[in-house]
Unconditional design. Structure first.
Lengths: 271, 269
């Protein structure tokens, strides 16, 4: 069953010291996702100016930043769609540049833009993804069932995605991102366009993944979503301005709430 | 890359293309109607205008309809190749491309799987068109159906790779119609699809004749024409293969995150 382990780096490494992650001195021992001084420019414009961060197993980290802070660029680098100009990105110890296939195998993503085929059934959409990740047959069916149950959509498996509400479509994408049991889950402003109840539900589903040891990086520009995080990283103009537990951020800025602290840090340029 | 994984991914990508194709009934209909119009209407009207002398691979005088069948098979491949790349541009705008490109497989393989999937659809359509052509009374030797298969597959892949290459260059769907006009029509008309190239030479259109000689589509059509009559056009087939490799390599380069399209398009992709 070495293949099964290979395809599920999350299960294989979760919660243990990653023995492949030995080279980065700045790297916390358990970091499943690790960025070291990542820079990216588009022409003259610097989108990311030296971002370093680490997300541990079972940790929910909110990447909080106003629009244009560099969150999207960061996610594009994390998913291998672009390469960073300098710096390193490692997922489960695999450098995304040198070993993109292994690194990507450890990542589950929910993109900001919906990427489901609306005319196909929920199950078919997830099956497509499973096979792209090398999971087929009975194993795929089991994983799909399990993850649809997790998000409460087991009874909608045969429905075309088009028939689902916006909130449920996002849940389908969450279930899909989990089918290959990734060690790292990336949520790129996944709640955009959802009503408050759906937003809360999705956030709760993802928060619950901490118990399974999944490392979550949740990008948002909405402060209330960051309040539940284990750690908040404030990104602004491509730089990390502050980092810490939400309470610690509030204390350090002397602001009454996290929202105020965020506005204070980013100079009130939210939105 | 493990083989079972690669195979599953190929199944997934091909399956998706087939499902999409079946869903768009109009696409299949237009893929057939287009060459059929040429075969039935154009060829009937020009039957006596274009006297086709005996040129290889033909051993006797042939009706004009029979002459244009390989060109029309090429037309089916050409349109489908472009259609696949249109789908790539659409997928990119809709974000589906990201899903594909974040699969844990080498990017070149994912693009190759896309190419194979599109080619499968191309080949199926050419054979359906062959059946229809026979029903309309065009004689194509039965052995040719078999001999032509590998050549049709190669030509389909070559034109699909060209489409892939164009999908790198075309950023938005709106720009696509123009590209089609600048690629499909010149490629089709400046080729032996509708008339033997010696006619161009004889009429003094030397430049057009020279362009046609360098047109990869010319060689796709000729390779298919010879194969249909059980002959192997080595030079044309070779040019098709070389073009296929070249187009595909440039397309892969274009989809490379370091260079090409993704670098230029910036953070909106």
């Amino acid at each position: 069953m070495s293949e099964a382990i290979d395809a599920t780096p999350g299960t294989a490494q979760r919660g243990t010291g990653d023995d492949r992650d030995v080279s980065g001195a700045a790297s916390p021992v358990n970091a499943l996702l690790h960025l070291d001084d990542v820079r990216k420019s588009y022409g003259m414009r610097e989108a990311l100016c030296g971002v370093s961060l680490a997300v541990q197993s079972g940790e929910f980290v909110a990447l909080l930043g106003p629009n244009g802070a560099g969150k999207s660029t960061l996610f594009q680098l994390l998913t291998g769609l672009f390469n960073a100009d300098t710096g390193r990105i490692r997922v489960c110890g695999h450098d995304i540049r040198r070993d993109p296939a292994r690194a990507l195998a450890g990542i589950g993503v929910v993109f900001q833009q919906t990427t489901v085929d609306l005319d196909l059934s929920v199950f078919t959409n997830l099956g497509f993804h499973a096979r792209l990740h090398g999971i087929g047959g009975r194993r795929a069916r089991e994983r799909i069932d399990e993850n649809l149950r997790r998000v409460g959509l087991a009874d909608r498996a045969k429905d075309p995605v088009r028939a689902l509400s916006g909130g449920n479509r996002r849940k389908v994408e969450l279930a899909r991102a989990l089918v290959h049991e990734p060690a790292v889950l990336l949520m790129d402003e996944a709640t955009v366009g959802l009503d408050p109840a759906s937003r809360r539900q999705l956030l709760d589903e993802v928060l619950a993944l901490r118990d399974r040891g999944v490392a979550v990086l949740w990008a948002t520009h909405l402060v209330d979503e960051a309040e539940a995080a284990d750690r908040v990283i404030v990104l602004h103009h491509g730089r990390i301005l502050a980092e810490g537990h939400p309470d610690a951020l509030v204390r350090s800025t002397g602001a009454p709430t996290l929202a105020e602290a965020f506005l204070k840090l980013t100079g009130g340029s939210q939105g | 890359m493990r083989l079972p994984h690669a195979w599953l991914a190929l199944q997934a990508i091909t399956g998706r293309e087939v499902v999409k194709f079946v869903r768009q009934g109009g696409r299949f209909a237009s893929a057939l109607v287009r060459p059929l119009l040429w075969l039935v209407v154009f060829a009937a009207g020009f039957q006596n205008v274009f006297g086709v002398s005996i040129i290889p691979p033909y051993e006797s005088y042939i009706p004009y309809q029979e002459y244009i069948v390989p060109g029309l098979l090429g037309m089916v491949l050409l349109f489908n190749g472009m259609q696949s790349s249109l789908a790539m541009v659409y997928d990119r705008e809709m974000g589906m491309m990201r899903l594909l490109l974040t699969a844990p497989l080498p990017r070149a393989y994912l693009l190759f799987a896309k190419l194979l999937a599109g080619t499968l659809l191309s080949v199926l359509q050419t054979y359906v068109f062959l059946v229809v052509a026979v029903l309309f009374g065009v004689a194509v030797p039965w052995s040719g159906w078999l001999y032509a298969l590998p050549v049709i597959v190669l030509a389909g892949m070559m034109l699909g790779a060209l489409g892939l290459l164009l999908s790198v260059q075309v950023r938005q769907l709106e720009n696509f119609a123009g590209t089609m006009n600048f690629v499909i029509f010149p490629m089709f008309f400046i080729s032996p699809a509708l008339y033997p190239l010696w006619k161009l030479e004889e009429s003094g259109a030397t430049i057009v004749f020279q362009i046609a000689r360098w047109n990869p589509f010319t060689h796709a059509v000729e390779a298919i024409r010879f194969a249909l009559y059980g002959q192997f056009a080595a030079a044309s087939t070779g040019i098709v293969v070389v073009s296929l490799i070249a187009f595909f390599m440039v397309a892969v380069h274009g989809y490379d995150p370091q260079r090409g399209m993704l670098k230029r398009t910036g953070p909106v992709a």
